[in-house]
Design a protein around this ligand. Structure first.
Ligand SMILES: [Zn+2]
Length: 257
């Protein structure tokens, strides 16, 4: 049994070995980097807030015994194994943000949903907020803010995310404001969000921001606690870290490809 395991492991290592010789994993200086945290906890005036990184544009917040999901997407997480939602926010109707199967795995027919109008049209339910509109659910103030492209567009000339269609959200947990930008570029409306505590900014190309745009967004937002690149696809988040070095903004990279 043990021998079999060892042989299988040896085979796997042989098959996956790169062409150049690498020193053994226990050699000094070659330790594998620690896995990225799946969750960060931030203290608020109303108790701890857990920021959970599911992957891609999918997040969850744990606060006061409730679980709030943003853009649940079945390709990046097993939602059947996650806690049931007390609230779900959906930014826009694209398939990696509005995934009805992932949604029904965490949300029942009565779970409150905060959505864009286009999402409400597709789902047939939810509280639809336009850019600039606000609501309060579970005692949490929620504001819908603009999310759109200025530069990046389809071959037809149509922006990937036309102005006024999708939402970003600002959620307030006690004295902590969390901005989830949705699929957007560094739009001028971000100036009104300067001084949020936590910001999640997307970098998957060509649909959202280059690291340079995300850095500009970071400098505008000046989040007090942390800036998280999220929904970054194949864009290297290390580039954003580099661009914001010395800015006083804490860029936290998590597994949110
Ligand atoms: Zn999108």
């Amino acid at each position: 049994m043990l021998l079999e395991t060892v042989l299988t492991l040896a085979l796997v290592l042989t098959l996956s070995a790169p062409a150049v010789a690498v020193p053994p994993a226990d050699a000094p200086g070659t330790a594998k980097p620690a896995p990225l945290p799946k969750e960060d906890v931030i203290e608020t005036s109303a108790g701890p807030l857990a920021l959970r990184f599911i992957g891609h544009g999918s997040l969850a917040f744990g606060f006061a015994g409730k679980t709030i999901y943003v853009d649940p997407y079945g390709k990046v997480g097993d939602y059947a194994a996650m806690p049931k939602a007390d609230l779900v926010l959906i930014t826009h109707e694209h398939g990696d943000h509005l995934d009805p199967a992932a949604l029904s795995a965490v949300a029942g027919p009565d779970t409150p949903l905060v959505v864009s109008e286009a999402v409400r049209e597709k789902l047939g339910r939810g509280t639809a907020l336009k850019n600039g509109e606000k609501t309060e659910i579970l005692g949490l103030p929620i504001a819908a803010v603009p999310a759109y492209n200025i530069k990046h567009h389809r071959d037809t000339g149509e922006p990937f995310h036309p102005q006024g269609r999708g939402n970003g959200y600002v959620l307030t947990f006690g004295d902590v404001r969390v901005y989830v930008a949705g699929d957007t570029e560094d739009i001028p409306e971000m100036a009104a969000l300067a001084g949020v505590d936590v910001a999640f900014v997307p970098m998957n190309l060509p649909y959202t921001m280059t690291p340079e745009m995300a850095a500009a967004a970071g400098r505008t937002l000046k989040p007090k606690k942390a800036l998280y690149p999220y929904h970054y696809g194949d864009t290297d988040p290390a580039r954003l870290v580099e661009l914001l070095a010395g800015s006083g903004i804490e860029v936290r990279v998590r597994e949110l490809r």
